[in-house]
Design a protein around this ligand. Structure first.
Ligand code: ZN
Ligand code: ZN
Length: 351
C-alpha cells in the first residue's frame, strides 16, 4: 500500500528519514574511505548505506534464514498442549476466567491498543492508560509493543509484496504461524526494529514493557492460580487453581494467537473486497467475530489510521465500541474515523 496512508506522525522510514537513520548514514559516510570524495560519490554512498540499513530489516520468507526458532516453537507447543488439557476440566468459573482474559488481551490489548492506538495512532488516551492497556497486550504472548508495532508497520508498508513479514503469497502456513516459528528472532533486535517504531523506542515506558513483556502474563497466571484455588471446594484447591490457569492462560493464549494469526493469513485470502487496495486484503466476518473487528481487513488496509474498522452498521466492531465508550467517559480523544462513500469506495489517499 501507499505508505503515506499511515499516520504521518509515525510514518515508516520510506516516507521520511528518521533522525536515527540519518545519523547512522552520516556515521557510515564519515568512516568510509571515500569520505572526502565528490558530492556525487557522497550521494551514491548515502543511497548504498540507506539500502543496506533497509536490507537489515527485510522481512518476508526469502530474507529469513529458514531455521526453526526453537525457544518460540517449544513455548508454542507447550501452550497448545495446555490448551488441549484445558478441554478436560471445564467449569463455568474457568470459562469466565477465559472470557475476561481473552477480552483484556485480544480486544483491549491487541486490537484497541497494539494495533489501533500504538501502530496507527487512530486515537489518543492518557499515558497511564496507554501503559496499562499495553500491559494487557503483552498478555497475548505476541511479543512486546516495539516488536509488534514495528512488524505491523512493515506489513503495511510492503503488504503482499516483497518484504511483507507474513504474506500468504509465500505460503498459507508461513503467513499463519510459519513466520513466527521459523523466522529470524527479531524480538531482541530493538535497535533495528526501532527504526520502524521511533515513537515507542523514545518512550521509556514502552521500552520497559517490551523488555519485560512476559511479566504481566506470568503475574496474571499466578493470580488465576490463587483465585481458582480460593474458589474451589474444600480439598480441591490444587485442581481448582491449575484448571483455571489452563483456561485463563493456556487455552486463552492459544486461541488468541490463532485469532490474531488469522488476520495475517485468512483475511489476505478469503472474504470480500470493498476497496481496490494494492494488496490482497479482504473483509472476513468470521475473523472479525473472533478478533473484535480486526477481520474487516480490507477496510483497514484502505483506511489504516481509522480507529473504526467496521464501516457500516452491520460490520460489528467490538474494539471500536470500546474506543467509543472511552470517548464517552472522556478518556479517548482525537478519534480518527474513515468516511465511507458507498457510491464511490476508494482507499484513503487515492484521487
Ligand atoms: Zn494485512
Ligand atoms: Zn494495521
Amino acid at each position: 500500500m501507499n505508505p503515506t496512508l499511515l499516520n504521518p506522525e509515525v510514518a515508516a522510514p520510506e516516507t521520511r528519514t528518521p533522525v536515527a537513520l540519518r545519523t547512522s548514514i552520516t556515521a557510515h559516510i564519515a568512516t568510509h574511505p571515500l569520505a572526502a570524495a565528490s558530492t556525487a560519490d557522497t550521494s551514491r554512498l548515502t543511497s548504498d548505506v540507506a539500502r543496506q540499513i533497509k536490507q537489515d530489516l527485510r522481512m518476508g520468507r526469502k530474507y529469513q534464514q529458514g531455521r526453526i526458532n526453537w525457544i518460540t516453537t517449544i513455548v508454542m507447543a507447550l501452550f497448545h498442549v495446555g490448551a488441549i488439557a484445558a478441554l478436560f476440566c471445564f467449569s463455568w468459573k474457568n470459562l469466565a476466567a477465559f472470557a475476561v482474559m481473552y477480552y483484556l488481551a485480544i480486544n483491549v490489548g491487541i486490537g484497541m491498543t497494539y494495533h489501533r492506538l500504538l501502530t496507527h495512532r487512530g486515537y489518543r488516551i492518557p499515558k497511564w492508560l496507554e501503559y496499562l492497556f499495553t500491559a494487557c497486550g503483552t498478555m497475548a504472548l505476541e511479543g512486546g509493543p516495539i516488536f509488534w508495532v514495528a512488524t505491523h508497520r512493515v506489513h503495511h508498508q510492503n503488504s503482499d509484496h516483497e518484504g511483507d513479514p507474513h504474506t500468504p503469497r509465500e505460503g498459507t502456513w508461513w503467513s499463519h504461524a510459519g513466520w513466527i516459528i521459523s523466522g529470524r528472532a527479531l524480538h531482541s533486535e530493538t535497535a533495528l526494529l526501532g527504526r520502524y517504531a521511533p515513537d515507542l523506542t523514545r518512550d521509556r515506558g514502552h521500552v520497559w514493557l517490551s523488555r519485560f513483556h512476559w511479566l504481566p502474563l506470568t503475574l496474571s497466571g499466578l493470580a488465576q492460580l490463587a483465585i481458582g484455588a480460593a474458589l474451589a471446594p474444600a480439598g480441591h484447591a490444587v485442581y481448582g487453581g491449575v484448571s483455571m490457569v489452563l483456561w485463563g492462560t493456556f487455552l486463552r493464549v492459544t486461541l488468541g494467537l490463532h485469532a490474531t494469526w488469522l488476520v495475517n493469513s485468512a483475511t489476505h485470502l478469503f472474504g470480500t473486497r470493498r476497496f481496490p487496495t494494492k494488496d490482497d486484503s479482504r473483509n472476513s466476518w468470521w475473523v472479525a467475530l473472533l478478533t473484535g473487528g480486526e477481520g474487516w481487513h480490507n477496510n483497514h488496509h484502505a483506511h489504516p489510521v481509522s480507529a473504526r474498522h467496521g464501516l457500516v452498521w452491520y460490520e460489528f466492531d467490538v474494539n471500536y465500541y470500546g474506543i467509543w465508550l472511552l470517548e464517552k467517559i472522556g478518556l479517548a480523544k482525537k478519534i480518527q474515523v474513515a468516511h465511507y462513500d458507498k457510491s464511490n469506495p476508494k482507499p484513503a489517499g487515492s484521487l
